[in-house]
Ligand binder design. Structure first.
Ligand code: URA
Length: 233
């Protein structure tokens, strides 16, 4: 693939913008020699402003999503893409969220351009573990853990009961939930079903992967080790 097309597909700019980057000498090889649009150079040796290119395919990002951002491309308010470099929205194929967190939920969100990997994580068959910390508006009644673990809880407008959810009580109005499904607004609806209301919701873990010090609003690309850890549970 021509360098111009490769770089445009990675979302660094339109063809016109990437042409300008070549003209400005911003595209170089690993040794700092300026490259031209028609040069045939292996991906790993290309630099833009001295930085290596993003991988050509199968990039996975983790973002510590703050409250107030939606997992959407088109939303009049703030969207998770506002927290990432613009190239991730412009890449072809696009980097999209792996499942969704509500606007008012914070925590670990994955994004990828790899459709097969995305499916492997979100498919109901995957049973991928997701851990949420919940703060509630009212006190726990005491029977929530056994009800959620029973595999019999029916949410409104659903045909199948929820798969068992493990719940650890962290305080009178605080709990940690381990889900293996990802139904629409699942945690909020579970607590609505027991007459309570979620005040704050935070996802701390997906599979074996945790935020591990990534601050709110920050992101990083996953390594092969991270991806192995993700599936290691
Ligand atoms: N459950 C919810 O209710 N909201 C989320 O964002 C995630 C899980």
């Amino acid at each position: 693939m021509k360098l111009l097309k490769l770089i445009a597909n990675l979302g660094y700019g339109s063809r016109k913008e990437v042409t300008a980057m070549f003209r400005e000498g911003r595209v170089t090889d690993a040794g700092g020699d300026v490259l031209y649009a028609d040069d045939a150079v292996v991906h790993a040796d290309v630099r833009i402003d001295g930085e290596p290119l993003d991988p050509a395919q199968s990039i996975v990002l983790m973002l510590h999503k703050p409250v107030g951002y939606t997992c959407s491309m088109r939303d009049p308010g703030r969207v998770v893409y506002d927290l990432l470099p613009p190239r991730f929205r412009l890449r072809n194929p696009i980097v999209s969220p792996v499942g969704r967190l509500d606007r008012d939920t914070s925590g670990l969100l994955l994004l990828t351009d790899d459709g097969a990997l995305l499916h492997r994580i979100v498919s109901p068959k995957s049973g991928m573990l997701k851990v949420y910390d919940v703060t509630l508006a009212g006190d726990l009644r005491g029977d929530e853990s056994s009800l959620f673990a029973s595999g019999t809880l029916m949410l409104e407008a659903e045909k199948m009961p929820l798969a068992p959810v493990a719940m650890e009580v962290l305080g009178p109005r605080a709990a940690r939930l381990a889900l293996t499904e990802g139904r629409y607004h699942q945690v909020r609806r579970m607590f609505a079903a027991v007459g309570n209301r979620v005040e704050a919701l935070h996802r701390s873990r997906i599979g074996g992967l945790a935020l591990d010090g990534l601050a709110s609003g920050e992101w990083r690309a996953l390594t092969a080790d991270d991806i192995a850890r993700l599936f290691d549970r």
